[in-house]
Design a protein around this ligand. Structure first.
Ligand code: GTP
Ligand code: ZN
Length: 398
């Protein structure tokens, strides 16, 4: 193999390029393909003869708008196993090989944007946030650096995180995708897998060059996708209000000279998917006694077999990738997120709960159920009798 991979090597060239493209033939050293789930649309585009499968990407002018790293975490053994820390620098680090015609592609892209968000506009008009003309501009725009990250799994490292053997992990991935990736079991010499799983987007506020410095204060919200609430404002959960509260906190941290970070993971419905989530909503709202906080998690388990499939063990990787060792403000009440960060060696200084007045009435069920299940709350959880009294709307009232 021309490009053997040494996962935790200190430089991109010593680590080796991840080659996961079908037209790179014998040079391919990774299982799967770029694009996460979009690989299937690529296949459709090829089969519809709309895309030439041999075409090489033109990466001219696509480089990151700001450098990210390298940070020491990138080569600390076992620190990062679910993304390629060198994935945004491919065009630069492997320019020679790409010029030779080897199809090596970035798995990370770094760009800039301005966000316009109604909740931020009202935070400004209520005086909670001020327009500073730099981070929060007039017209309520927030300047941000945004980063798209595809999953790149180092299988030995992932197996270690879940405390199983690599062999068992490979076999289960092979079987549960109905044999979609035979190399998982036939090519133990390929340690890396690009799964057809959702990506992560990071929105960063403030001076990105301050990352990796211990004096830089960090505000963080890690948010898992909830399309119904995040985009459509559905009132059964607290997702969008907590997200916008996190954005407000992240922008405020940037204004105070720190860096604010939102990590948005495509893990819809606790990574069980939206169909499962909507089935659960019906089961919750049609049960005898109505949609009760006391049975909130049991209903998800009835339908899906588990309460949550997000597995926050892999979540801290992106925080390590950004060179962060301490989070000063963590906008989350989730014990799973908190414990995952702390277990991976990140200090969490302050946990910031969602303010009470941002919780929609119907989402009280979720909020009290989560607190009863161990989510962080300054005022503690309700006792059993009060928990039984928290009941949401029925399915017919919607
Ligand atoms: N299966 C299922 N998923 C839900 C339900 N309500 C919300 N979700 C999902 O739960 C996830 C909520 O994630 P986050 O907003 O990141 O936060 P969290 O883990 O609840 O904890 P916080 O950080 O305290 O908000 C999203 O993936 C939602 O789509 C539900 O009733 N059933
Ligand atoms: Zn939600």
């Amino acid at each position: 193999m021309r490009f053997p991979l040494t996962w935790d090597a200190p430089t991109a060239r010593e680590r080796g390029p991840i080659v996961a493209t079908v037209n790179s033939g014998a040079h391919r050293n990774a299982i799967g393909a770029h694009g996460g789930p979009y690989v299937l649309y690529r296949a459709l585009a090829v089969s519809a003869r709309a895309l030439d499968p041999l075409r090489l990407p033109d990466l001219h002018n696509t480089a990151p708008v700001v450098p990210i790293g390298p940070f020491p975490q990138w080569s600390e053994p076992g620190r990062i196993v679910a993304l390629d820390p060198w994935g945004h620098r491919v065009a630069e680090d492997f320019a020679g090989e790409i010029a030779e015609g080897i199809d090596i592609r970035p798995s990370i892209a770094v760009t800039r944007a301005r966000l316009t968000i109604p909740e931020i506009a009202s935070a400004i008009s209520l005086g909670r946030l001020r327009a500073d003309g730099h981070i929060v501009r007039d017209g309520c725009e927030i300047a941000t650096t945004k980063i798209a990250i595809e999953p790149v799994w180092h299988l030995p490292g992932i197996a270690k995180r879940f405390d199983i053997s690599e062999r068992e992990l490979r076999r289960t991935l092979f079987e549960e995708t109905s044999g979609m990736y035979p190399e998982l079991v036939t090519r133990p010499d390929m340690p890396v897998f690009l799964p057809p799983a959702g990506s992560t987007t990071v929105y960063m506020f403030g001076d990105v060059t301050k990352l990796g410095k211990s004096e830089t204060r960090i505000a963080l919200r890690v948010h898992d996708e909830c399309n119904g609430s995040d985009v459509f404002g559905s009132d059964i959960c607290t997702c969008r209000p907590y997200l916008t509260h996190g954005i407000e906190g992240a922008a405020a941290m940037a204004q105070q000279g720190g860096v604010g970070i939102i990590v948005y993971n495509r893990k819809e419905g606790r990574a069980l998917g939206e169909v499962t989530k909507f089935l659960v909503y019906n089961a919750r709202k049609r049960q005898e006694g109505g949609d009760q906080a006391a049975t909130y998690f049991a209903r998800t388990e009835c339908v899906a077999g588990v309460q949550d499939a997000r597995f926050q063990q892999m979540m801290p990787d992106v925080i390590h990738w950004l060179g962060i060792r301490r989070v000063d403000q963590h906008f989350s009440m989730s014990n799973m997120k908190h414990d995952a960060l702390v277990a991976s060696g990140i200090d969490v200084v302050e946990r910031v709960p969602i303010p009470d007045d941002l919780i929609p009435a119907d989402a009280r069920v979720e909020m009290e159920a989560k607190k009863a299940a161990g989510y962080f709350a300054a005022d503690g959880a309700l006792d059993e009798a009060s928990l039984a009294g928290i009941v949401g709307r029925s399915v017919d009232e919607s």
